[in-house]
Design a binder for this molecule. Structure first.
Ligand code: ASP
Length: 345
């Protein structure tokens, strides 16, 4: 397709490009060329749209960090050819992938928009067309100075553009499947697309070349605290030799049981040099370990505050930072820094 702007559509799989298997009735991915046939509206944009299809196409429940590395490498290889990138991705792990790419793409100065759909694009009531069309429009939009209007990794869903590392899947069946509870929307598509320019991150320099950081250290576990949790479970996860870092999903503003056995295991893991990060189970709000004695006790044992980061953001930030350095103290110090707009600071 011809036009003054150019977009690379990167198709990884997900419901948006699935169709029903006539034999067992389950949804399975189909060839990408058929997606373009399904959305002739794309031809009306003054945008050249090229596509890249991953093989195999996957349900995003099968996403592994190797896919993030492939997407990052692809964007780096084709960076100078395109004004923006739209990544078609399953919704189940889209927030993880968008978060990861936000860290892995350093000095990003072009839009990378993740989108997908709840209903396959061939279904009459699909949300996939609108999501795809709005993504292409936003990814090709420039500001008055000629720079891309949204030069960051984002998620477009149900007319709402969110920062990728602030997004989370919060509904398994409604079209408004994603939320950005701790950060305002970057843009909203109505009759016009309204951009919240003051909340959109701009690169420090438009001229810095894109760098990718594809070495990821995945030795991270997530422990969701719950009433009735046992010392055995807590010790296995916090002190296990497989983990270098553990995300503690705590109650409210960062609170966990104040029982002696619990704090002793946290202290033991800390002494072993583990990176322990406190992230709230609440959909929105921040960790503040100074508020309650139960939170303060974690802080005293060396647990680092994740502030208002999402679990998806914390996981991928850890993968990224730990891939860069074997020094856990360096990683802990960086966790408190706002690297890509993932925390409010
Ligand atoms: N299971 C699908 C996936 O994440 C769901 C979706 O795309 O909405 O690939």
């Amino acid at each position: 397709m011809k036009g003054s702007s150019s977009i690379l559509l990167i198709y990884t799989g997900g419901t948006i490009g699935m169709r029903q298997d006539p034999i067992d009735g389950t949804l399975k991915p189909f060839d990408f060329s058929q997606i373009l046939e399904e959305v002739p509206e794309l031809g009306k944009f003054a945008v050249r749209i090229d596509s890249h299809t991953f093989d195999p196409l996957i349900d995003s429940s099968d996403v592994e960090p190797s896919l993030w590395q492939s997407i990052a490498n692809l964007i780096k290889d084709r960076y100078d050819e395109y004004d923006g990138f739209v990544v078609l991705h399953g919704t189940d792990t889209m927030a993880y992938s968008a978060s990861a790419l936000s860290f892995m793409l350093e000095n990003l100065s072009k839009p990378v928009i993740f989108t997908g759909s709840q209903l396959p694009i061939g279904v009459p009531r699909t949300d996939g067309k609108e999501n795809l069309i709005s993504s292409v429009e936003i990814a090709s939009t420039k500001d008055k100075t000629g720079h891309p209007r949204v030069p960051e990794v984002s998620v477009l869903f149900d007319s709402r553009l969110m920062r990728g590392n602030r997004s989370t899947k919060m509904n398994s069946e409604n079209f408004n499947a994603f939320a950005s509870p701790n950060h305002p929307l970057l843009a909203e598509a109505g009759i016009n697309i309204r951009y919240n320019d003051s909340f959109i991150r701009k690169p420090e320099s438009w001229n810095e070349p894109l760098q990718t950081s594809v070495s990821l250290d995945t030795r991270v576990s997530i422990l969701k605290i719950h009433p009735g949790i046992t010392p055995q479970v807590v010790r296995n996860i916090l002190c296990g030799s497989e983990t270098r870092a553990v995300i503690l999903e705590t109650y409210g503003s960062g609170n966990a049981p104040s029982k002696g056995w619990f704090l002793n295991i946290v202290a033991e893991a800390s002494k072993m040099g583990k990176i322990l990060v406190n992230v709230t189970q609440c959909l929105s709000g921040t960790v503040n370990m100074d508020l309650y004695a139960t939170g303060k006790a974690l802080e005293n044992e060396g647990v680092v505050s994740g502030l208002d980061i999402t679990t998806e953001g914390a996981l991928s930030k850890l993968f990224y930072l730990m891939g860069k350095s074997g020094d856990n103290e360096w990683v802990k110090a960086r966790l408190g820094e706002n690297l890509r707009g993932e925390i409010s600071k």
